[in-house]
Design a protein around this ligand. Structure first.
Ligand SMILES: Cc1cc2nc3c(=O)[nH]c(=O)nc-3n(C[C@H](O)[C@H](O)[C@H](O)COP(=O)(O)OP(=O)(O)OC[C@H]3O[C@@H](n4cnc5c(N)ncnc54)[C@H](O)[C@@H]3O)c2cc1C
Length: 646
């Protein structure tokens, strides 16, 4: 008998015995699974029906394409894109076409169920980049996922609703000489998108600093593990003060349970679910198209030397017909920090030498496109959960795991509660690497460059997850585990996004250049040492098995390593925490800027960029909030501008 047949018979036998012992559990689980599958099918169909898939309804492959005219074409229905589409079409006179390369995010259960997002990483719904070999990180090519679906990365992120530090935005205002980006002014767009739901378990939030009527629900609906509560106590024990709110005007420094983008049923809130509501999708002036990849921008170059973006070309597959549609006023590229510069370069806007090398006619030599890539580098600490009460119970390959999954799924569907509602990144702390309490000068004499956005801004974030994993969840530990993570929120290393081919379906190359700056390595090593101190703080004793000798875990020897050995470990473990930014910087042109402070591409009329690529510097924390807020601000500015020009 073949091995696989023997295994199959063993599994069947195990199942039969489990069924004999627990017939009601098995039958009710099967019934529930069938019900969920049906619901999934129905909801996916219902949702899909609201979006356009037939490209001939919105554009043409022929010479008559200019008949398909809109005021604004939004390229990419991601985090900022959905905000723009929904807010611009509040004005019935503005006709908007939004083209999204992927399908609906909200139709995917793994997107709606908070714990599920990493299950999408290696599917067709995510662009599965690998970075270029990381020269300062042992030449490793790191997995680097970016969402390909409506809602963009807000449909697959960890839902951590922390927005940066007020000083970040004051820096943006100073660089652009435009005070509308200062915290005092831009800050109101965070309140505009936010609907904060107060929770008696988390008092001390100043409600005057939180938004109460925006479309994006923010609050604490997720389950939080006892370990993550202990993490906060451990932070206090090592000298990090507890604070009620990372998003207040005092800045994020301190430790707290993190707010999340979650609705009252415990499901993910993405920019698709928040902004593309049924009422918005019914608007006659909005067309949202899915499975439509923009392959290039169309320009009109007039004899007086001006260049204007007049439309876009798009298709639903590499060999499919190429459609075109016209934008009367603006094309807004909102395809994220990797794809926005890619689309510009494919269309002839980028570093001239690179475009020529790929045979792309140069429309405008813009060296800043794809340059300045910055990403938050993270390192993880792998630990053993000694309470044996973690989400490891959900492991699928055992019958008891299947039982737990179905039980937790039922809890989730019926009550919006249970293990599936964890966003994984449950609690966090923001610190400065020059804090003398955490990093005593006697032990850390080296003075490092201050890369923060001010005295109240951090350069390190620590957070915990109720499971340890490697390679973004591709490798899980076969035990109840726990992890602590540290990332550099203000790295000074810079990388790039480069063309690999003139073919729009070929992915560009991504090089975040982690740890290029020696200070980045130093700061991250300090943060790693701090994680070890937290893991060994008294509050964690009841939860972590420090006697564990498993060489894959960090109990036995990691805390005894020298600084040099820790640096090596940091180089070995460094990964993306998924926050690429600044590849089409909003900055003066002579400083590598691609867009001005109204997000208009320099030198081309009717073309804007709005997403994480415009960040002049990366925010001190999580990036989705500033993408929502930038979308809100640009929509507001454009509506005013259009009203003024009538
Ligand atoms: C796994 C993960 C976890 C994260 N966790 C957090 C977190 O907890 N908190 C937080 O604040 N941030 C988090 N982030 C980061 C945050 O979600 C992103 O920075 C933010 O959502 C980016 O928004 P964007 O508008 O720049 O681009 P995106 O949201 O990525 O949108 C770009 C859109 O453009 C589409 N597109 C691309 N090319 C084309 C084309 N040629 N034609 C048409 N459409 C195109 C894409 O399909 C996508 O929908 C995380 C990100 C990831 C990936």
């Amino acid at each position: 008998m073949s091995d696989s047949l023997t295994t199959a018979l063993n599994v069947l036998d195990k199942f039969r015995r489990f069924f004999d012992a627990h017939p009601r559990t098995v039958l009710s689980s099967v019934a529930l699974a069938a019900l969920l599958l049906t619901l999934r099918f129905v909801s996916a169909k219902k949702r899909k029906g609201k979006y356009i898939e037939d490209l001939s309804q919105v554009g043409s492959t022929g010479a008559d394409w200019e008949k398909f005219e809109y005021d604004v074409i939004v390229v990419g229905g991601g985090t900022s894109g959905c905000v723009l589409a929904a807010r611009l079409t509040e004005d019935p006179s503005i006709r908007v076409l939004m083209l999204e390369a992927g399908g609906s995010g909200s139709a995917l259960p793994a997107s709606r169920i908070p714990i599920g997002f990493s299950g999408l990483f290696r599917t067709k719904h995510v662009y599965g980049f690998r970075t270029e070999p990381q020269v300062h990180a042992k030449g490793q090519k790191r997995f680097f996922p970016r969402a390909k679906m409506l809602g963009g990365c807000s449909s697959i992120n960890a839902q951590m609703a922390q927005y940066g530090a007020p000083g970040d935005f004051d820096e943006w205002a100073a660089l652009t000489n435009d005070d509308s980006w200062s915290w005092q002014n831009f800050g109101r767009y965070f309140s505009k998108f936010e609907k904060y739901i107060p929770d008696p378990n988390y008092p001390g939030i100043d409600m005057s600093e939180r938004g109460s009527s925006g479309p994006v629900r923010v609050g604490y609906f997720n389950r939080v593990s006892d370990h993550s509560k202990a993490f906060l106590k451990a932070c206090a024990q090592v000298g990090i003060p507890l604070v009620p709110d990372f998003n207040g005007s005092k800045g994020p420094i301190g430790a707290s349970r993190i707010m999340t983008y979650v609705d009252s049923n415990g499901r993910r809130v993405s920019s698709e679910t928040a902004y593309l509501t049924n009422d918005v999708l019914k608007r006659p002036n909005l067309k949202v198209v899915i499975n439509a990849q923009v392959t290039r921008l169309l320009f009109d170059q007039s004899s007086d030397g001006t260049t204007r973006a007049v439309g876009v070309e798009f298709a639903n597959s590499p060999n499919g017909p190429r459609y075109k549609a016209r934008a009367r006023k603006d094309v807004i590229i909102s395809a994220g920090a990797i794809h926005s510069p890619h689309i510009l370069m494919l269309s002839g806007v980028g570093p001239a030498a690179q475009l020529k090398a790929h045979g792309i006619p140069v429309v405008l030599d813009t060296p800043g496109v794809g340059a300045n890539l910055v990403d938050h580098p993270v390192v993880d600490l792998y630990l053993k959960d000694k309470t044996n009460n973690s989400i490891y119970s959900l492991r699928p390959e055992t019958l008891s795991g299947a039982y737990w999954r179905i039980k937790e799924l039922a809890k989730f569907v019926l009550f919006g509660k249970g293990m599936l509602t964890t966003n994984l990144g449950e609690s966090a702390a923001f610190v400065r690497s020059d804090n003398p309490v955490l990093f005593p000068p006697a032990q850390y004499p080296q003075k490092l460059e201050d890369s923060t956005s001010g005295a109240a801004s951090p350069d390190l974030e620590l957070f915990c997850t109720p499971v340890a994993f490697k390679d973004h969840g591709a490798i899980l530990f076969d035990m109840h585990s726990y992890a602590l993570h540290c990332y550099l929120v203000r790295p000074t290393s810079r990388g790039s996004v480069l063309l690999t081919s003139p073919d729009p379906w070929a992915l560009p190359s991504v090089d975040p250049n982690y740890l290029q700056s020696p200070d980045d390595l130093e700061k991250l090593t300090r943060g790693f040492r701090l994680l070890l101190n937290i893991a060994h703080a008294k509050a964690m004793d009841a939860y972590l098995d420090h006697d564990n000798k498993d060489p894959e875990l960090d109990h036995a020897t990691t805390h005894m390593k020298t600084d040099d050995e820790l640096r090596e470990l940091v180089r070995e473990r460094v990964e993306t925490v998924y926050h690429p930014a600044s590849t089409c910087r909003m900055a003066p042109r002579e400083k590598g800027g691609v867009v001005d402070s109204r997000l208009r591409v320099y030198g081309i009329q009717g073309l804007r960029v709005c997403d994480a690529s415009i960040f002049p510097w990366i925010v001190s924390g999580h990036t989705a909030g500033a993408c929502f807020a930038a979308g809100e601000k640009l929509a507001d500015d454009m509506k005013k501008e259009y009203r003024g020009s009538k």
